[in-house]
Ligand binder design. Structure first.
Ligand code: HSE
Length: 306
């Protein structure tokens, strides 16, 4: 029976100033998914990890994304998917998007590339919505396209792949769970015009700085006065992580997606490793378990293995 395997990477959404619109892909960690076609219009899910995710397709992010594909195809076929998640759910590094994007990309391959990448993003967003209870594609886009992406609009979906210079990413993932849906409920529904001006000025400047490779401007643009002040309360020692990372030479950074992971961008690998050391020193004193990752930006996104 024909089967195809993919690796779907972790992603960082928001990138400080670009709430719900900016994101980039990481090399590590990745989720692994293998899919086969079956001759029954249903989705069968097997998990090979310890996260105890639901296997009913309607409650499973990959399942919902695959059901969205089955809804629009006429043949009497379905999917059997085996999922090994390495990206912990609720980590803030795009676990749900990796599930959804990996599933739809591998399904599309088995269907002989029937759908465009934008159509795949739409299917994946239906899965992502299960976790976030909101419609956003800032993790889906970089997972699918790779690199740095900007979602100009979700209705209709309009994704812009950005140019960017060499950058290294340090991530700390405290082993506490922050549900995206909960982290969205605490956000303000309205913001002062002054904050909006700061936000769109920073997003514009960050996009220009990435294209020009202007590291100083990247650093100055990584600020957020809307979401970070509210959400940082969910992340123990956030201010210390940020201060010590900047002291270690990071360009800047903040909450990865809806947290609890925190990311920092650096110009060199050496600095990114120093930042990792600074982050580890802070968390080593807290008693909270944590993982750290140092990665470059992953230019290709989800990868088909065979
Ligand atoms: N932009 C989304 C949020 C990303 O911050 O709620 C969730 O991973």
């Amino acid at each position: 029976m024909k089967e195809i395997t993919v690796l779907a990477p972790a992603t960082v959404a928001n990138v400080v100033c670009g709430f719900d619109c900016l994101g980039f892909a990481l090399d590590e960690p990745t989720d692994r998914m293998t899919l086969r076609l079956i001759d029954e219009k249903t989705v069968k899910i097997k998990h090979f990890d310890d996260f105890r995710l639901p296997t009913e397709p309607e409650k499973n992010i990959a399942g919902v994304a695959l059901l969205a594909i089955l809804d629009v195809i006429e043949e009497n076929i379905g999917f059997e998917i085996e999922i090994t998640k390495n990206i912990k759910p609720g980590s803030g590094i795009g676990s749900s998007s990796a599930s959804a994007v990996g599933a739809v990309v591998v399904a599309n391959k088995l269907l002989n590339d029937r759908f465009s990448r934008l159509e795949l993003a739409e299917f994946a967003m239906k899965g992502e919505q299960v976790a976030s209870e909101g419609r956003h594609a800032d993790n889906v886009a970089p997972c699918l396209f790779g690199g740095f992406t900007l979602v100009r609009s979700v209705e209709p979906l309009d994704i812009v792949c950005l140019d960017y210079p060499k950058l290294f990413v340090t991530i700390i993932h405290p082993q506490i769970e922050v549900k995206t849906s909960e982290a969205r409920k605490i956000l303000p529904t309205e913001i002062p015009l002054k904050s909006a001006i700061q936000a769109w000025s920073n997003v514009g400047a960050l996009v220009a700085a990435l294209a020009k490779g202007d590291y100083g401007l990247i650093a100055r643009s990584l600020e957020d006065f809307i979401v970070e002040p509210v959400r940082k309360k969910l992340i123990p020692h956030f201010d210390a992580l940020k201060a010590e990372s900047l002291a270690a030479g990071a360009l800047g950074g903040g909450i990865s997606g809806s947290g609890p992971s925190v990311f920092m961008l650096s110009e060199t690998l050496e600095t990114a490793i120093n930042v990792e050391k600074a982050m580890r020193e802070i968390y080593a004193q807290t008693g909270i378990e944590f993982n750290t990752y140092v990665s470059k930006i992953n230019p290709e996104g989800v990868k088909i293995l065979k």
